[in-house]
Write a protein that binds this ligand. Structure first.
Ligand code: HEM
Length: 221
């Protein structure tokens, strides 16, 4: 078993802890989230090192982080119904007639949680993106996983987003420890809209964790 897979199995155990427990208290959740951050931070410490900041060249080596980003995009789609389509002429799809000009919404949120395609689809399982490597990209060609949409109207920002997402997350996790703000409850409630947001924003308190004299602060962990 690779180091990355091993880390993710530990990470999954920590996340199951958060998702499965109906009586989860904020204290136990806080411990679990701390565990998850620790696994990714261990990978960052191996690949990037504690004396450096994350650079673009590190990103392809951060396999745990990549799996977490992909799994996050599976469970928490930014655009749960993609963008509406209007067929330019009537057509038949799966025994249904779609009249010309009708508005068609694709329930990508539901497809990403389809139990026939995903084991325990409501749980956070980043390791599936390590074991089925290569198959789960953002091309929109896999009809079980298309967080950026598919076809001619696929997201125009993929080249930017696929660099930015891991870079921002890696940088934040590498630079800072996080504590939840006093009174914070971890919840997964969603606010429906064109984009899917957390109903209750997560409030964390960052604390520097690296030895980076050039930025004027010191390792605190
Ligand atoms: C996490 C980041 C992002 C996600 C998950 C995302 C997701 C999506 C999705 C699902 C669609 C609809 C595709 C469809 O209906 O098939 C879309 C459309 C679009 N996105 Fe993004 N997007 C992201 C970031 C960006 C960025 C950074 C840009 C621009 C720099 C961008 C520009 C666009 C544009 C212009 C469209 C409309 C494309 C069209 O209708 O032809 N997106 N995006």
């Amino acid at each position: 078993m690779s180091l990355a897979t091993n880390r993710l199995l530990q990470l999954k155990a920590a996340l199951d802890f958060v998702v499965a427990g109906t009586d989860t208290t904020s204290t136990t959740s806080e411990w679990a989230m701390a565990e998850i951050m620790r696994k990714i931070q261990d990978e960052l410490d191996d690949v990037v090192g504690k004396n450096s900041t994350v650079e673009e060249l590190h990103i392809p080596k951060l396999h745990c982080l990549d799996a977490v980003v992909k799994e996050n995009l599976r469970l928490h789609l930014v655009a749960p119904l993609l963008l509406p389509r209007h067929p330019s002429k009537s057509c038949y799809v799966a025994r249904y007639t779609i009249p010309e000009g009708a508005q068609v919404l694709v329930n990508a949120w539901g497809i990403h949680r389809d139990p026939e395609a995903w084991d325990n689809p409501l749980e956070f399982h980043p390791e599936s993106f390590l074991t089925k490597n290569g198959k789960w990209d953002y091309s929109g060609n896999n009809f079980h996983y298309f967080p950026f949409g598919t076809g001619r109207r696929i997201c125009a920002g993929i080249p930017l987003a696929k660099r930015l997402l891991p870079y921002v997350l890696a940088s934040l996790l590498h630079l800072f420890e996080r504590r939840f703000a006093d009174g914070t409850e971890i919840d997964m409630l969603e606010k429906t809209g064109i984009t899917l947001k957390k109903m209750i924003p997560l409030v964390v308190v960052p604390k520097p964790r690296l030895l980076l004299e050039k930025y004027g602060y010191w390792f605190c962990g």
